[in-house]
Design a protein around this ligand. Structure first.
Ligand SMILES: O=C(O)CCC(=O)C(=O)O
Ligand SMILES: [Fe+2]
Length: 183
């Protein structure tokens, strides 16, 4: 089954704040920890990998829990592992942070095995304008729940985007579940 699976309150607001604080402590000068895609037209966001954050082990544990439960309830895909670090992205209005329409399945050895994409909203819904996560599971766009802590889960082959942020900043937490390629 496909579609988009929403989980309200997957993380508490306090947990989202705690993660954002851990990310803020990462020295921005360290290019190994912080990926910058500043001049990219497809995506404009700052990235931090959760595996590089000391004290953030609980984040992966929770994400695995949410993804497994969503998979059982909705997708029933052959999910076997979580082979990539979760990623925290910041889309700021100062440069119209965004991510154009794309699918998460790629050619690389890991990206080819992505089965489910899970995104958690880390910013308060009222603190930014734009920055909607839009998912296209069929003929119609589904707009993800903007509430802080809400999780949105969808098959990684499904097209999705983040519309440009026009005020404030949106932060999100993304992880992928992996398994044998679809066939
Ligand atoms: O930030 C988001 O809501 C989506 C991120 C995304 O699509 C990705 O990292 O592939
Ligand atoms: Fe994506």
């Amino acid at each position: 089954m496909t579609g988009v699976h929403g989980v309200a309150g997957a993380f508490s607001a306090a947990e989202c704040d705690r993660l954002v604080e851990l990310v803020a402590a990462v020295p921005c000068a360290d290019a190994r920890l912080v990926g910058q895609t500043r001049n990219h037209n497809l995506r404009r966001a700052d990235l931090v990998w959760v595996d590089d954050l000391p004290g953030a082990g609980w984040v992966m544990d929770r994400l695995i829990d949410i993804a497994r439960t969503a998979n059982r309830a909705r997708f029933d895909f052959d999910v076997r592992e979580f082979a990539e670090s979760p990623q925290v992205a910041r889309y700021g209005a100062e440069r119209e942070g965004h991510f154009d329409w794309h699918s998460d399945i790629g050619d690389g050895p890991l990206a080819a095995r992505r089965k489910l994409t899970l995104v958690v909203q880390l910013a308060r819904a009222g603190s930014y304008d734009g920055g909607d996560l839009e998912v296209m599971p069929g003929a119609h766009v589904v707009v993800a729940n903007r509430e802080v802590g809400a999780a949105t889960v969808f098959p990684s082959f499904v097209l999705h985007r983040v519309t440009p942020v026009t005020r404030g900043a949106r932060q999100s937490l993304t992880v992928w579940a992996h398994g044998p390629a679809f066939r």
